[in-house]
Write a protein that binds this ligand. Structure first.
Ligand code: LMR
Length: 336
């Protein structure tokens, strides 16, 4: 009897996803990500799971794997394309190696002053056209999720561009971020997120950049003496699925997942700012990291040093797209 049910389960597993649903076996959707569960993205993923399972009456089971448990940066996108995992929410700064370097527009320093400006891009036609570019790679972009503004951390106080000289700083796999660190006089080093804590602890790199939620939940503040509230860039996510998997879902199930995604997106965006404020308060309270607030003049010096990065990446990102974003967000390079 036992053997017969095992054989039946094996036979069902071989069916296309649509038929599997009819055979009453839940469709398993693996959602992998690299940050802690207790972050804007981690919480958004869990909310999606709850809503997706409810909306589909249990016909879909969402398994969330946080903290690079399943795959690290780089690996996870390949595994999505191969169908070993069905959903991810990478920071858009990680799409470059896939051949979608246009996403690196989000890495242009000081392009966005606040979440409203960021939403003009993520929730407008530029965001939609970026997501479309992933389709030729077998990936469907469902939504953008916010994390927040990045701060610079190190074991040395970073107040002026001159302070960056000789610093080795971890970055994500983005050419724009590479230029950003070089424009400040630092040496960038690309590294998977899951390896950063140890690299900071052992001195392989001196520092890095993160929104406070990532810094705190990875305990990086325990191995970084200073955190400069520079707000020089953003971490933005794109929730992406394996296109073949998604297209193969029965329409009623896909509709249930679409609406779960809509609601989870709103939730993730609603909590992002507060999560980062709370994390910063915890870093401060820990007393382990000294927090540096820049004066208006100091911030101006950072902006001036970094403007070059915008110009240097016009060809990669598209001059027209950059101009369009300047118009949307009110960014004026002549006023720096
Ligand atoms: C990083 O690698 O620094 C971030 O992209 C991690 C994340 O997913 O927030």
């Amino acid at each position: 009897m036992k053997r017969r049910s095992a054989m039946a389960a094996a036979a069902v597993a071989l069916l296309p996803v649509g038929l599997r649903a009819q055979a009453q076996q839940p469709i398993v959707l693996k959602f992998s990500h690299v940050v802690a569960a207790d972050t804007p993205k981690g919480k958004g993923a869990l909310r999606f799971k709850e809503l997706a399972e409810k909306n589909t009456g249990g016909k879909v089971r969402v398994e969330v794997y946080p903290n690079s448990q399943l795959y690290k940066d780089g690996e996870e996108l390949q595994m999505l394309q191969l169908g070993s995992v069905q959903m991810l929410a990478p920071s858009v700064s990680k799409f470059g190696p896939l051949g979608a370097r246009e996403f690196e527009l989000f890495d242009l320093p000081y392009l966005f002053d606040n979440y409203d400006e960021l939403h003009k891009v993520t929730q407008g036609p530029i965001g939609q056209s970026l997501l479309k570019k992933l389709e030729s790679k077998g990936i469907l972009g469902l939504a953008f999720w916010d994390n927040g503004f990045k701060e610079m951390s190190s074991n040395k106080p970073l107040r002026t561009p001159a302070d960056f000289r000789g610093q080795k700083l971890r970055i994500q796999s983005s050419k724009v971020l590479d230029s950003q660190m070089r424009a400040l006089g630092a040496t960038p080093q690309v590294m998977a997120f899951s390896e950063v804590y140890q690299a900071l602890q052992t001195g392989v790199v001196d520092g890095t950049e993160n929104p406070p939620s990532n810094l705190y939940t990875q305990k990086m503040h325990e191995v970084q003496k200073y955190l400069t509230l520079s707000d020089h860039g953003v971490i933005e996510y794109a929730v992406v699925v394996n296109k073949k998997f998604w297209d193969g879902l029965p329409p009623d199930i896909r509709a249930g997942l679409d609406s779960a995604m809509k609601e989870a997106t709103k939730y993730a965006d609603d909590i992002a700012r507060q999560e980062n404020e709370d994390a910063l308060a915890k870093v401060r309270a820990s007393g382990k990291t000294q927090i540096i607030t820049l004066t208006a003049d100091e911030k101006k010096a950072w902006k001036k040093a970094l403007l070059k990065v915008h110009r240097d990446h016009e060809a990669q990102i598209g001059k027209d797209v950059i101009r369009e974003i300047y118009k949307e967000t009110g960014f004026d390079p002549d006023k720096l």
